[in-house]
Design a protein around this ligand. Sequence first.
Ligand SMILES: [Zn+2]
Length: 318
Amino acid sequence: MLHHRLFVPALALLATLAPAVAQDKRPTAEDLAKDNKLFITLATEALHWREPQEPFHIAGALNFVGTRGLGSYLFATSDGLILLNTGDPTSGPMVEASIRKLGFDPKNIKIIINGHGHSDHAGGFAYLKKLSGAQVDIMEPDIAMLEDGGKSDFHYGKDWQVMGQEPVKVDRALRDGDRVTLGEVTLTALSTPGHTRGSTTWVTHVTEAGKTYLVVFPDGGGFNPGYRLTGPDADYPGIADDYRRTHHIQEMLKPDMWFGHHTEYFDMEGKLKRMAQEGPAVWVDPEGYREFVAGKKRAFEDQIDREMGAKPQKQGDL
Ligand SMILES: [Zn+2]
């Protein structure tokens, strides 16, 4: 199946780190749930967060400028650049170099936006804002964690020294349905909380060779090891309802193209290999989007069942 690898559970991916390590010595879901530092260390390496990736043009105004594992997207408009996500705290210079390689000036970034405020996506915000003077537009509930470097994050706040990033001043508070426009590009911000309270799904159009495509960047529907969704220990009151609403919104969207804040979500590597032959149409993948959203929803319902004692504890989703 074309998309089966999208839903390989995080632990299976993390296990590829040390194939020589005996099965019983590999970290369990419980180990990762208890130890945020272990989780982020393994994920950084196994999911290629800090490995360089050749930047490339996707379609229309849209370009990829992220790392091998972390999605970062550049919209080139007649009035300047919009940057969506910036990778982790080490990624700033890599994103900067990728923008230059594509022939654009990073100082011309006018607006920086994100999917959610964790350090593997907001890590380069401070660096790239200093470089460009861009304004930072963030969904209101994630503003605090951007401005305090992650200290107020409901799940990772206590480990902000490991999980946080350099604080950055936010210039515009976004609400559900707000638009970010520069030149001929408009992106609509949908509030899709759960993963963080301010997680944002971005919706836009790109036009390539006379064809216009609906493009979605889904975020917010996944949970990490150690998240608690029900009962008095829930990460925040109402988190399960937020996830359900988010999954519902994402189910209703019917994009042609879709991209993730983690590159394995949408099989970037596989599609990129085919792009030389097939052109931008390789990114048209409505079926992959449906499977992705369904996978996040299924993992969420399984976790609820486990928390209610209806299923044995086992590995979670990323
Ligand atoms: Zn995250």
